[in-house]
Design a protein around this ligand. Structure first.
Ligand code: SAH
Length: 219
């Protein structure tokens, strides 16, 4: 019997999202819809496609790793992007996480900064091919992306020692930053900028992300 090569992936993705819900990783319906919609297999390198719907991190080249699906779901729930939000992402990687974030956006856009030119180029090509409105620039995420600030929210997919000030400053008062933070031991934090400029911190458990690299530093 002939079969559509995507059918197996669709079924595998549906089963994965069902499991993530059972395990309590997804609270918001918008996150569930995004996780059901984005074809993770189309973002990972060809030899990894069969593994795309296991709840595992996967290597994506240039020594980098795509986060496990449950981590993308948890971070999307914490960020809770609204349809007209502009969101800053640090660490485009293969682009999967940005595609999930962009799924509930309508007027809003994801602006993503990637340090590795080769990954940025490949992600741009993928977004164009799959029809995702995600803008990518090659740069050091420590600087954020000032040209499109202020953002309604921001998140990092690589772990800094502390959240770079430029990033919190580029988020509007009331906006949210979701980030894995720490060297060695990392913790997932959600920071909310208050109107008076102070920052509220919530802790969301231990995580393990690739470290944020010091690139573009002149000294
Ligand atoms: N969100 C990605 C996962 C990326 S892994 C996905 O869905 O595929 C983390 C990424 O952060 C890597 O691509 C790495 O190159 C990038 N990165 C590391 N340090 C960085 C920095 N200082 N600025 C921007 N990107 C950085």
């Amino acid at each position: 019997m002939a079969s559509d090569p995507n059918t197996g992936f669709d079924d595998a993705r549906a089963a994965l999202v069902d499991r993530l819900i059972e395990r309590g990783y997804i609270d918001r319906p918008a996150t569930e819809r995004a996780m059901r919609a984005v074809p993770r297999h189309a973002f990972v390198p060809d030899p990894r496609r069969e593994a795309a719907y296991r709840d595992r991190p996967l290597p994506i080249g240039a020594g980098q790793t795509i986060s496990a699906p449950h981590m993308v779901a948890v971070m999307t729930d914490l960020l809770a992007p609204a349809p007209d939000d502009d969101i800053l992402e640090i660490g485009t990687g293969c682009g999967y996480h940005a595609a999930v974030t962009s799924e509930p956006l309508d007027e809003g856009t994801v602006f993503s900064v990637e340090a590795e030119p080769e990954l940025a180029r490949a992600a741009r090509a993928r977004f164009a091919r799959l029809g995702y409105d995600v803008r990518v620039c090659v740069g050091d995420g420590h600087e954020g992306w000032a040209a499109h600030a202020p953002y309604d929210g921001a998140y990092l997919t690589c772990a800094p020692e502390t959240v770079p000030e430029a990033i919190t400053e580029q988020v509007r008062p009331g906006g949210t930053v979701v980030a894995p933070v720490g060297r060695g031991q990392q913790e997932l934090l959600r920071l909310t900028r208050r109107a008076d400029g102070s920052v509220e911190r919530e802790r969301h458990g231990s995580v393990r992300f690739v470290p944020m690299r010091a690139t573009g530093v002149d000294d």
